[in-house]
Design a protein around this ligand. Structure first.
Ligand SMILES: [Zn+2]
Length: 315
């Protein structure tokens, strides 16, 4: 099951006892998800989803609040993997009562122009703002699998709805961005922390825990990778320097002989030859008395310099 589907399943199971919250959650679902289609000259007011639990949830919410139910139609489609598509049809209900029911949700149907008009809605309680945010996400929201990337979006057919959504999120200090994609106005979040905050706001607490766990694992994995990369880089540096030193010492040995070097240099030269895999500080600790890393480096540089001079002289 996709992460989106998992979250939506969790959201439809939230026990909502506050009647106003139920109203605003339904407003969110309808405002984001309803569409008016003209089919064979007939106007149809539809809510279409591939999510069975969402269609059941919406169906029972309308029934609870409106005391009348939309028609539920299931279509089988061969698109992708034999998905089922659920259509909730409100067309038969488009009477005076239904119109005023929709008006309470800030929706008005202009049948002659086959258009849905949206009006701004005022939400006074924070719990209801949460419910509204949840409703819209249920209808048209999606989230990518956090194992792969962080992306959450909710799309709207109308710019007013997108701006309203962004403002509702601001109530909880979540800053969302907006982009126009085809004829949709898409509100999105790309930061892991924003998505976690969002899930908290809409009450998807199980999904939130799952996402936090994945973030922790990802974090640790990144840290380990960073450390390994640093160690590899250091090791390469050590190996390259060591190869250069060994090269110089051998050159000196073949030309003037190691014995020709001053005592301190001779000592480090033999140590380096015998321990090509040791770091400078390790070499320093093998000396008696111990010598600092920079002290060792200083002596080996002198050896490099002597070798370079010999090479120049062509000896
Ligand atoms: Zn409320």
């Amino acid at each position: 099951m996709s992460f989106s589907l998992e979250i939506k399943r969790e959201l439809t199971r939230i026990d909502n006892s506050h009647i106003n919250c139920m109203h605003y959650e339904l407003s969110g679902m309808l405002r984001a998800g309803i569409s008016l289609k003209t089919h064979q000259g007939r106007k149809r007011l539809l809510f279409v989803t591939e999510n069975a639990s969402l269609s059941r949830h919406l169906f029972s919410r309308v029934k609870d609040l409106y005391q009348s139910s939309p028609e539920l139609i299931m279509l089988k489609t061969r698109r992708f993997h034999n998905h089922n598509v659920y259509m909730l049809e409100f067309s038969e209900l488009l009477n005076q009562d239904m119109q005023s029911f929709l008006n309470k949700m800030g929706i008005s149907i202009n049948e002659t122009e086959a258009q849905i008009q949206y009006y701004p809605i005022e939400i006074s309680d924070k719990c209801c703002v949460r419910a509204y945010l949840r409703g819209c996400f249920l209808a048209t929201g999606s989230i990518s699998d956090p194992d792969r990337s962080y992306h959450l979006e909710v799309s709207f057919a109308n710019e007013l709805l997108a701006e309203e959504y962004i403002n509702c999120l601001k109530v909880f200090d979540v800053e969302a961005k907006q982009i126009k994609r085809k004829r949709y106005f898409v509100v999105y979040l790309k930061e892991g922390q924003d998505i976690v905050d969002f899930l908290n706001v809409i009450g998807a607490h199980n999904a939130l825990m799952k996402m936090e766990n994945i973030r922790i694992i990802k974090d640790v994995r990144n840290q380990v990778n960073r450390l390994v990369n640093c160690e590899t880089a250091n090791l390469e540096k050590t190996v390259n320097a060591s190869l250069r030193h060994v090269d110089s010492i051998r050159y000196i040995n073949c030309t003037i002989g190691i014995e020709a070097l001053p005592g301190a240099l001779r000592e480090i030269a033999s140590l380096r030859l015998e321990n090509p895999d040791k770091s400078l500080s390790e070499l320093g600790k093998m000396l008696n008395p111990n010598l600092s890393k920079s002290g060792v480096n200083h002596r080996l540089k002198k050896i490099d310099k002597i070798a370079d001079e010999l090479r120049l002289k062509g000896q």
